[in-house]
Design a protein around this ligand. Structure first.
Ligand SMILES: O=C(O)CCC(=O)C(=O)O
Ligand SMILES: [Fe+2]
Length: 316
């Protein structure tokens, strides 16, 4: 359990006012370096970002609570076979978890039609504004990653992503005991930005395999490196394993904004990032085929962090 209270992931403050003005300045490159080091050494970092006030986060999660307060039958009307779309109810493997997903969240129309009858106009606008701002933040961090490797001109692969928004709710066991609510995994994304309602639950695994709690302050967001950024960077960036553990009485709400490859994308290491220290560890692979693999019974039997190596590892 989260035992190492000394462990701290890096905290990075984004104070610049405008990306257009600031890109290329000394301050920009200083931040790029911090972002790169955090992604390589920890696989995640805390973002302090004053453009999105705590109040907007609280209002977004309040809209989320409204979705969950609907009767189960109504929520179930939004069940879809698609992993990232619609409602996911508590199941045998994850009894404490419920989720709502909005595919192609960057195509805001899908969100509107989905929530039209549930949210007021103001609530819809709050969530929409949150999504847009998190998209901007993600674009900025992805640019920083490119710039940190000196790839400003040569590569824009990680820009080609779609955003999936998920609203999560975790309950606790009636006994209040410490229990798994989301099993340990690495994200099948380029990257993820998330925040919660300050009910703790998120834990990350350190490189020496200790689980540590990751409290998220009202002013912060967490950036998490996914498997595809790890593959893109030829293993330089660390796709960190994480999980959600609940205890006590309070339920927890979180918002997850994930940058996923578009259908048919080929995930490959940038040739500029492959060298003696970071030789090619994965074959180029088709995102959709990988996705099908992790959903298959063969793929599901493999530890989440190892799935990408089992599918595309060189020499496996
Ligand atoms: O809800 C959270 O805090 C984390 C969820 C998560 O890791 C995920 O959806 O990939
Ligand atoms: Fe995750």
């Amino acid at each position: 359990m989260g035992s190492d209270s000394q462990y701290q992931i890096p905290t990075i403050e984004f104070t610049m006012n405008s990306l257009v003005v600031d890109r290329g300045t000394a301050e920009w490159y200083h931040l790029c370096k911090k972002v790169r080091e955090a992604c390589e050494n920890y696989g995640c970092f805390e973002i302090v970002y004053d453009k999105i006030p705590p109040q907007t986060k609280a209002e977004t999660l309040s809209a989320s609570r409204k979705l969950y307060s609907l009767p189960l039958e109504t929520k179930k009307n939004n069940l879809t076979p698609n992993r990232y779309q619609g409602y996911v109810g508590p199941g045998v493997t994850a009894p404490l978890y419920e989720g709502f997903g909005f595919q192609e969240a960057s195509n805001y129309e899908s969100l509107r039609s989905f929530t039209e009858e549930i949210w007021s106009h103001d609530q819809f606008c709050t969530v929409l504004s949150m999504m847009k701002q998190l998209d901007e933040l993600k674009d900025m961090i992805h640019l920083m990653i490119l710039d940190s490797y000196g790839l400003e001109k040569s590569s824009n692969l990680i820009m080609v992503s779609k955003t999936v928004l998920r609203l999560h709710k975790y309950t606790t066991r009636p006994s209040g005991e410490y229990a798994m609510a989301a099993s340990a995994h690495t994200d099948k994304t380029f990257s993820t930005i998330l925040f919660d309602d300050q009910v703790s639950g998120l834990e990350v695994q350190t490189k020496d395999e200790q689980w540590v709690k990751l409290p998220i302050s009202p002013c912060s967001f967490i950036f998490v490196v996914g498997d595809f950024l790890m593959a893109w960077s030829s293993g330089r960036m660390h796709s960190v394993k994480h999980r959600v553990m609940m205890c006590g009485e309070k339920e927890r709400h979180s918002l997850i904004s994930s940058a996923l490859p578009i259908e048919g994308s080929i995930i490959k290491a940038q040739k500029e990032l492959v060298d003696e220290d970071y030789p090619q560890i994965l074959k180029d692979f088709d995102y959709t085929e990988f996705f099908n693999f992790i959903c298959s019974s063969e793929g599901r039997a493999i530890d989440s962090q190892m799935q990408v190596y089992a599918f595309a590892g060189i020499g496996t």
